[in-house]
Design a protein around this ligand. Structure first.
Ligand SMILES: NC(=O)c1ccc[n+]([C@@H]2O[C@H](COP(=O)([O-])OP(=O)(O)OC[C@H]3O[C@@H](n4cnc5c(N)ncnc54)[C@H](OP(=O)(O)O)[C@@H]3O)[C@@H](O)[C@H]2O)c1
Length: 188
């Protein structure tokens, strides 16, 4: 109930859909993992790759981003919302955090995504991006329509990993820019 009430503050910039049939919210995930599936270490990224950061910024700009509380507090976010995006952070304790116009806290990611899909919750655009970390990827994967999973060449030390997704998603395109392979998958 609390999350629902809080969410009301977030829907200031609504797109009004005339009918439910018109409403086609896409849930997409974006991540960068290495050849050992590592995505993070000590609540930070294991690498600093400007091409990958630019790719992330380009794809998510103007849309909504959903992330776990640890990712929100991780480097490089450092508990700041990403600009030009509606930021939604998942935590079991949303009451501990201060909401802002572009920053909201919720406690049930699955209920939230299902309501976005059904049109019960409206967002500023028709794309919602799950941006990590491991826990959020793992829980929300069954609801993704697409995934942009960059493969970072090599192996890195890490303590956060990307879950297996290859059985349920198929590769539709890829582009290589050293040391990254930008890969776009769609649900099978
Ligand atoms: N390479 C990449 O593309 C990429 C992308 C994003 C993140 N990362 C890395 O991934 C690491 C963080 O990942 P992580 O898995 O440790 O943490 P995370 O998924 O970012 O956050 C976990 C937190 O989210 C909240 N949460 C998760 N599921 C929940 C649920 N069902 N209900 C309520 N709250 C829930 C909890 O917060 P509370 O404890 O507050 O309840 C939980 O402790 C960092 O190293 C980060 O740098 C990498």
């Amino acid at each position: 109930m609390l999350a629902k009430k809080r969410w009301e503050c977030a829907v200031l910039h609504l797109i009004t859909y005339e009918t439910k049939e018109e409403f086609l919210m896409k849930i997409k995930a974006i991540a960068a993992m290495d050849e050992g599936r590592v995505i993070g270490i000590k609540n930070s990224l294991p690498w600093d790759i400007p091409e990958d950061m630019r790719y992330f910024m380009r794809l998510t700009k103007g849309h909504s981003v959903l992330m776990g509380r640890k990712t929100f507090e991780s480097t490089p976010l450092n508990s700041k919302p990403l600009p030009k995006r509606l930021n939604i952070v998942v935590t079991r304790s949303p009451e501990k955090y201060q909401e802002r116009e572009s920053l909201h806290f919720i406690s049930d990611p699955i209920e939230f995504l299902e309501k976005c899909k059904s049109g019960e919750i409206s967002l500023p655009s028709d794309e919602l991006w799950v941006i990590g970390g491991s826990h959020l990827y793992e829980q929300t994967m069954p609801l993704w329509d697409e995934a942009h999973i960059t493969l970072i060449k090599g192996r890195h030390e890490g303590d956060a990993y990307f879950p297996p997704f290859e059985d349920t998603f198929e590769l539709v395109s890829k582009e290589e820019i050293e040391p990254c392979i930008f890969r776009h998958f769609k649900k099978k």
